[in-house]
Design a protein around this ligand. Structure first.
Ligand code: AMP
Ligand code: ZN
Length: 138
């Protein structure tokens, strides 16, 4: 399914130009137009899924195989020191384009980028209870 007003659907179909680094039947991998660091890439399924909650399992299964391959080639080409995989779902999580995509963000020792997670205290008993609640569903 394709969404007429979706920018990543248009990119997937080649209707909007992009700096494409890989393409197959299922995915297009492009460089982010406003990169967090040099080589910041986006893996975009050609089919329109809004977010991870809508992603079909076949696409999900293929996604990380591709992500690992692209990550290795980014590292080889750019000589980055590390790489973050980031994937935002929902406005509250920072999603701005509502067509599923995965960020691959090469990291360099001196890049000054800060995407460190905060951390809260936890109670071991609460963690166990919560784990059980979720485990029942999976
Ligand atoms: P997110 O905040 O996870 O939804 O990320 C959306 C990303 O898409 C941002 O990093 C944007 O810079 C990027 N982006 C938006 N429009 C384009 C475009 N036309 N070509 C390449 N990247 C884009
Ligand atoms: Zn779309």
């Amino acid at each position: 399914m394709s969404h007429n007003d979706c920018i990543f659907c248009k990119i997937a179909k080649g209707e909007i130009p992009s700096a494409t680094i890989f393409e197959n039947a299922d995915f297009k991998v492009i460089l982010d137009v406003a990169p967090a660091t040099k080589g910041h890439a986006l893996i975009i399924p050609k089919e329109h899924f809004k977010d991870i909650f809508e992603l079909d399992s076949d696409t999900a299964a293929k996604l990380f195989t591709l992500a690992a391959a692209v990550a290795r080639e980014l590292k080889a080409e750019l000589k980055c020191d590390g790489l973050n995989v980031l994937q935002n779902n929902g406005e509250v999580a920072g999603q701005t384009v509502f067509h599923f995509h995965m960020h691959l963000i090469p990291r360099y020792n001196d890049d000054g980028l800060n995407i460190t997670l905060g951390s809260k205290e936890s109670d071991p008993e609460e963690l166990q209870k919560l784990a059980e609640r979720i485990r029942k569903r999976i």
